[in-house]
Design a protein around this ligand. Structure first.
Ligand code: NAD
Length: 443
């Protein structure tokens, strides 16, 4: 099928590559000329496991094309995906300017029936706005064309995006059009062979499903962080508590890890956006407001431990920081906990020596050259001349480090672990002082 994807980001690029891989003819449109040029040279703008070979092979085979030519893009696709960003507005609500700009572009260039599919995460009612924008534009151009608007939210996880798109848990289709449903079922049929994963519903329910899913996951994290904060005060160990509650199948072990807060491009903005959408219909989303507040404080946690340990004085200290991305297997630094920590440490006069397997280029781009940030080639190199160590991201390669080396290199053998990677007892045996989340120590 002929497909066009507007927005070559984490969602658009992965979805486009996966659709091309199963045989669809996909054109990707972005406003970023540099991104398009780089992709045509085989340079993939993001790190995502398995993505590079998928993009390259389908580009070489001619199934996947990249362009800034919106007109050509609109003319190509009978199915047109909107996968552009929906960043938070000043007040936290989702900014729809990119989504509506694409709607206008599609209307400007369409000359036959199009199915416009919204993949971006958008507030309930956005499909109506897209429909209105297309109608207004068509009217202003004195054109008349049929079109459908479908809500098809994306549930991929960064770090596992290719496999999530290849083997989705579910495919949500919010539509009131039989024609659109039939076409989308056909589009997704290669991913729907094992059992029927397509769940159809009305458009508003589909839009809300995406927010509900992300807000539920964020709630699980903030809930566990709240219990971890209580465990610290009660002298309990959150890791025992986690095992204890996870064994109940109604709760389960997934997504109940305490830590130094959630980040990324989705949970923080989607929780905020649903809180604002709720306000707009006269409802106070009290659980979600608390989820956001708990997370905000949790991102300060490591800095609080550090300041407690050093009597509020880290001026001139050098910190070995392991992990910069907001979670493992991605280079995404949006809303990462490491950023809050680094910014606090810099304000307090400390120097950060950091290592991350994928996010160092992005860190450099965000913070530029500054004397108090040193990006090191290996995790071990961060220890050279460092006073203490901090872990912000649970990359696999950090899970079994050389503790003897850590102890011998640090001036003050203390580790602040925002992801609870190690056993406190073993750390004591190694002679390393260990601060983790919810493991008995309250500051
Ligand atoms: P992104 O910021 O990585 O990419 C967005 C792309 O859209 C950019 O390349 C930008 O240049 C392009 N763009 C902006 N305006 C455009 C226009 N008018 N025409 C063509 N291209 C345009 O964003 P992302 O992380 O892929 O997220 C996209 C949407 O998907 C958001 O709504 C997000 O909430 C949602 N989502 C993201 C994830 C995730 O894990 N990143 C998962 C599920 C859903």
């Amino acid at each position: 099928m002929k497909v066009t994807v507007f927005g070559i980001g984490y969602v658009g690029l992965v979805q486009a590559a996966v659709l091309a891989e199963v045989g669809h003819d996909v054109v990707c449109v972005d406003v970023d000329q540099r991104k398009v040029d780089n992709l045509e040279k085989g340079e993939i703008p993001i790190y995502e496991p398995g993505l590079t070979p998928l993009v390259k092979s389908n580009f070489d085979a001619g199934h996947l094309k990249f362009t800034t030519d919106a007109k050509a893009g609109v003319e190509h696709g009978e199915l047109i995906f909107i996968a552009v960003g929906t960043p938070p507005d000043e007040d936290g609500s989702a900014d729809l300017k990119y989504v509506l700009a694409v709607a206008e572009t599609v209307a400007t260039y369409m000359n036959n029936h199009k199915i416009i599919i919204n993949k971006s995460t958008v507030p309930v009612g956005t499909a109506d706005k897209v429909r209105a924008k297309v109608n207004d534009t068509l009217e202003s151009l004195d054109k008349s064309c049929g079109f459908d608007v479908v809500s098809n939210p994306e549930f991929l996880k960064e770090g596992a995006a290719v496999s999530d798109c290849m083997r989705p848990d579910r495919i949500i289709l919010g539509t009131d059009s039989e024609h659109a449903e039939k076409k989308l079922r056909e589009l997704y049929s290669p991913f729907n062979r094992n059992h029927d994963k397509v769940i159809t519903m009305d458009i508003r329910s589909a839009e809300l499903t995406k927010y509900a899913a992300n807000c539920m996951l964020a709630t699980k994290i903030s809930f566990m962080n709240e219990i971890a904060n209580l465990a610290e005060r009660f002298g309990a160990d959150i890791e025992h508590v986690r095992h204890g509650i996870g064994s109940d199948p109604r709760i389960g072990y997934q997504f109940i890890y305490p830590g130094c807060g959630y980040g990324g491009s989705c949970f923080p903005k989607d929780v905020q956006a649903l809180v604002r959408s709720a306000n707009a219909v006269g409802y106070t989303a009290r659980i979600l407001e608390s989820v956001e507040a708990v997370n905000y404080d949790q991102k300060e946690k490591l800095f609080e431990y550090i300041m407690h340990h050093y009597n509020n004085d880290v001026k001139g200290k050098t910190v070995a920081l392991w992990g910069l991305s907001f979670k493992p297997n991605t280079d995404d630094m949006r809303e990462a906990s490491s950023r809050v920590l680094m910014e606090r440490l810099w304000e307090a006069g400390a120097i950060v020596q950091a290592y991350d397997p994928e996010a160092m280029e992005e860190t450099q781009r965000l913070y530029g050259d500054r004397e108090d940030l040193r990006l090191m080639g290996t995790k071990e190199a961060t220890l050279n001349g460092a006073d203490f160590m901090v872990i912000c991201t649970e990359w696999q390669m950090f899970r079994a480090p050389d503790f003897e080396l850590i102890k011998s290199k640090l001036t003050d053998p203390v580790v602040f672990d925002g992801r609870n990677l190690f056993e406190p007892k073993r750390m004591t045996e190694y002679g390393i002082e260990y601060y983790a989340i919810g493991r008995g120590l309250s500051v």
